[in-house]
Design a protein around this ligand. Structure first.
Ligand code: SF4
Length: 366
């Protein structure tokens, strides 16, 4: 059982949701249709951040189902995760990094999730035997770091997290371990209540194997007193925290919101790391993706408002072929550079594509 379920933190049904937000009969019917395909899960804490009187509330847009999810344009695996899977629950796309899908559960289910195909659903892509992953990493000496993701590893019982760390810390060629988590955003109580998780993280965070936390804050209103407290505890435990954000329609597609988010993150000790272009995922693309042209404008305008420290993030397309930085637009062309590449020959490659103002993804450009 995950930590939040044990502590009765979640809302799953439309009837429960109605206790927090006004819903029309039509919405209730449509939402039911949506959550039959991709389940709903929202912490009561996160629901308390929504302004129920604002139908366009950005916090609500990220977590509450929408009729826009009935549009199925796009595909489910936009980054080629299936072809990079080497063991159940272990992906190896970039030479140095192993990615572990530790669970199919999260503290809440983002409607924009790019792993929507498996979140909250039965899946064969999620780790079943951790030892198989450990064996694979042991045999691949080029792997110097592991990203434990999911789903959200911090919803797992602490003893499972401890087991992961115990086994990984014995692998000599590993230099650092990352946890990708949205728990500080959705359920800071997981970090604040009791000291077990922090104790475990602190114990395994060593000079030879640093632990990094990769958070996923998308909007300045997610930075609350409680989430700041959770971040403070993680920092005090000696962990380094980086943040990745997804650029989302009706959430943060505004230079003021994006720059405020970056500035606030830096002010609480979190480093801006990536801003991702929203992937063309089925039931996500139509709802959340903005064109690259617009994305470039927003990112550049946001950067104009920021000091060097707060704008260290890269604006990235997480493409099948690699992580591609979107450099900018000039003379009717968009310029890109491979930041990470599945084929190492592409690393650092700089290229341009003719601008199409409606294109939302690299493959939409000629
Ligand atoms: S927390 Fe991360 S993995 Fe979970 S639903 Fe949100 S984006 Fe997806």
């Amino acid at each position: 059982m995950d930590w939040g379920k044990k502590h009765n933190k979640y809302v799953h049904t439309i009837e429960q949701l109605e206790e927090y937000l006004p819903l029309t009969d039509k919405e209730k019917k449509k939402f039911q249709e949506v959550i039959k395909i991709h389940p709903m899960k929202i912490t009561k804490y996160y629901l308390s951040l929504i302004d129920p009187k604002d139908p366009k509330d950005p916090i609500k847009n990220m977590l509450v189902p929408s009729v826009d999810e009935l549009n199925v344009s796009g595909e489910y695996d936009t980054s080629g995760e299936a072809e990079n899977t080497k063991e159940i629950g272990l992906q190896h796309k970039y030479a140095q990094t192993a990615l572990i899908l530790s669970t199919n559960r999260c503290a809440s289910y983002c409607r924009h999730c790019f792993r929507k195909r498996l979140i909250g659903l039965p899946s064969r892509e999620v780790l079943s035997r951790f030892d198989d992953a450990v064996n694979y990493i042991n045999e691949h000496k080029e792997i110097d770091n592991v990203l434990i993701s999911g789903g959200d590893p911090f919803v797992l019982p602490t003893k499972i997290i401890q087991e992961f760390l115990e086994k990984l810390s014995k692998i000599k060629h590993l230099r650092f371990i990352r946890f990708g988590t949205r728990v500080p955003v959705f359920m800071p109580s997981r970090i604040l209540e009791g000291n077990e998780l922090l104790k475990v993280l602190k114990k395994y965070n060593s000079k030879t194997k640093r632990i990094y936390i990769v958070t996923h804050f998308n909007h300045p209103r997610e930075i609350t007193k409680k989430s700041v407290e959770a971040i403070n505890r993680l920092l005090k435990a000696g962990l380094i925290i980086n943040n990745q954000t997804v650029l989302l329609k009706r959430v943060n597609d505004n230079p003021n919101v994006l720059s405020e988010l970056m500035l606030r993150l830096v002010s609480i000790g979190v480093n801006p790391y990536y801003v991702f272009q929203c992937r063309p995922v089925k039931r996500v693309k139509h709802h959340f993706q903005i064109p690259l042209y617009k994305g470039c404008k927003i990112v550049e305008e946001a950067k104009k408002k920021l000091d060097g420290h707060s704008k260290r993030f890269k604006y990235i397309i997480a493409h099948k072929t690699g992580k591609i930085e979107i450099i900018g637009i000039m003379n009717n062309y968009i310029y890109f550079k491979y930041h990470q590449a599945k084929d190492p020959r592409n690393l650092g490659k700089f290229f341009k594509k003719k601008l199409n103002k409606k294109a939302g993804w690299l493959d939409d450009l000629k």
